[in-house]
Ligand binder design. Structure first.
Ligand code: BES
Ligand code: MN
Ligand code: MN
Length: 478
């Protein structure tokens, strides 16, 4: 295919691509192999690698094995590294003296597919509709992660030597907190030594507006169990005289936020890095349509911490959410009981420099006076991760912006995002590497929700951008 008919690449980016002969050969391979790349993604998406569900453990392993075999078949011997949890997959291309080393991080585990009856097509039977591939894990993160494997495959298929060494680190526990990867990283600093970490596990700012993400929120996640009487009681016979754990739970959860949307845990805002005027201006200059955002979500209004815009609230201010709540009778009709137990899952999104451990301590102090006699409390502390905000003036970021311009036909905007990737801080701190968050997804990709999807056009644009990235990073002199 002649280079001037490269798809997904508008005229303004062609001159850059055309001046790099090796890259043109690689792009030809990307085009030729495109249908095969889609078929490979479909194969991986068929494996229900739900890390949170122990019944899926054999399938999680199958996904890891699929990757090892797949990498081997494209000429990249890969290792399946055992952990006490789900395995890690690792591979690397040949070292290139004098060039930087890029470490690609991604995850092959996925979120549970529930609620199943809300999927138009089954979550593990990938289906194309309107140019989108629907399946659990399509965007988060199998589809996005695979773009980097495929770009390396295209370089190899074009018989080009990669201009830098690429290390691939794909884990199976991101959706459950990356605990074992954390240990692996601590013990394998030399093996994983790199100059930058490339992660595609975020989103573009909007359709036609690719983005580089320079900040993520952290998270502190809990489960709270309240136990009242030793069994459910008749609410007429005992109600009013015996403490109802569901009422106590409601009071506790309702007390977390004040009427300004501020979190009431002691010391909660102590370490929050305030938003600067310059950054607030930059957020304001992004093409964000609040009405369209509401319409997309099917809500008639928005709410949050007063004094902050929607983008500020989503990206750069902490938040509190109840993620699940259960107690008492859930069946049809009325049943007059006073439930014995009540539970909730809830979480705080954190911003730099909040420390999840400090948040837990504050939470315990907050809970203590709210638990009356007659109720016993158990607090389970799940995964925690701090947030991150990185400088945006580096050479690697500029190289990444150039590559995105080649792959997507437009220069990216710089954004923060509200989600969390727990291991990102560890990469920055333990490996001293710069982290490049290059998201190929869309905000309406339904990640973690029914009908998750990934645009096939974005899949191919991502592969193209990734292929260009190896060139532009290698050409960078730090
Ligand atoms: N890929 C997401 C994180 C993400 C999504 C960041 C969109 C920015 C935009 C990741 O797989 C994820 O879901 N992370 C969890 C972390 C948790 C399980 C520790 C999250 O953010 O809830
Ligand atoms: Mn993800
Ligand atoms: Mn996720």
């Amino acid at each position: 295919m002649p280079p001037d008919s490269l798809p997904h690449c508008e005229a303004n980016c062609l001159p850059t691509a055309l001046t790099i002969p090796a890259l043109n050969d690689v792009f030809r391979c990307v085009d030729q192999l495109g249908p095969q790349f889609e078929a490979d993604l479909v194969e991986l998406l068929r494996i229900p690698s739900v890390s949170a569900d122990s019944r899926s453990t054999p399938d999680v392993r199958r996904a890891a094995q699929w990757l090892v075999e797949h990498l081997g078949a494209m000429g990249l011997p890969a290792q399946l590294i055992e952990t006490p949890g789900h395995p890690i997959v690792y591979a690397e291309t040949r070292p290139v003296p004098g060039a930087p080393v890029a470490l690609v991080y991604g995850h092959y585990d996925v979120q549970p597919p529930d609620p199943l009856d809300e999927w138009t097509s089954p979550p593990f039977e990938p289906t194309v509709r309107d140019g989108n591939l629907y399946a659990r894990g399509a965007t988060d993160d199998k589809g996005q992660m695979l773009t980097h494997i495929k770009s390396v495959q295209a370089w190899l298929a074009a018989n080009e030597t990669l201009p830098l060494q690429v290390k691939l680190l794909i884990e199976g526990e991101e959706e459950v907190g990356s605990e074992h990867l954390e240990h692996f990283l601590g013990n394998n600093r030399e093996k994983l030594a790199c100059d930058c970490v490339v992660i595609s596990d975020t989103a573009q700012f909007a359709r036609g507006v690719p983005a580089i993400t320079y900040g993520l929120r952290g998270i502190a996640y809990y489960e709270l169990h309240l136990q009242g009487p030793s069994q459910d009681l008749h609410s007429g016979v005992f109600g009013g005289a015996v403490v109802n754990p569901a009422v106590v739970l409601s009071q506790i959860l309702a007390a977390v936020l004040d009427d300004q949307g501020r979190i009431q845990l002691p010391g909660f805002y102590e370490d929050v890095v305030p938003l600067g005027d310059r950054e607030r201006d930059e957020f304001r200059s992004l093409p964000f349509d609040e009405q369209a955002f509401q319409d997309e979500l099917g809500v008639k209004g928005l709410a949050g911490e007063s004094g902050f815009s929607t983008l500020e609230r989503r990206w750069a201010r902490p938040s509190f959410d109840i993620n699940g709540i259960w107690s008492g009778y859930q069946g049809e009709g009325a049943k007059t009981i006073l439930p014995a137990r009540a539970s909730a899952k809830f979480s705080f999104r954190l911003v730099p420099d909040q420390d999840p451990k400090k948040i837990t301590a504050g939470l315990r102090t907050f809970l203590k006076p709210l638990i009356p006699q007659g109720v016993a409390m158990e607090l389970v502390d799940f995964h925690g991760a701090p947030g991150i905000a990185m400088p945006i003036d580096s050479h690697y970021l500029k190289a990444a912006a150039d590559a995105i311009e080649i792959g997507f036909g437009t220069r990216p905007v710089f954004i923060r995002e509200g989600g969390s990737i727990p291991i990102v801080n560890t990469f920055a701190e333990e490996l001293g590497a710069e982290v490049l968050l290059l998201g190929w997804g869309q905000n309406d990709d339904n990640l973690h929700a029914p009908n998750e999807k990934f645009s096939l056009a974005d899949f191919h644009r991502g592969i193209r951008a990734s292929a260009a990235l190896w060139h532009s990073l290698a050409a960078t002199k730090q």
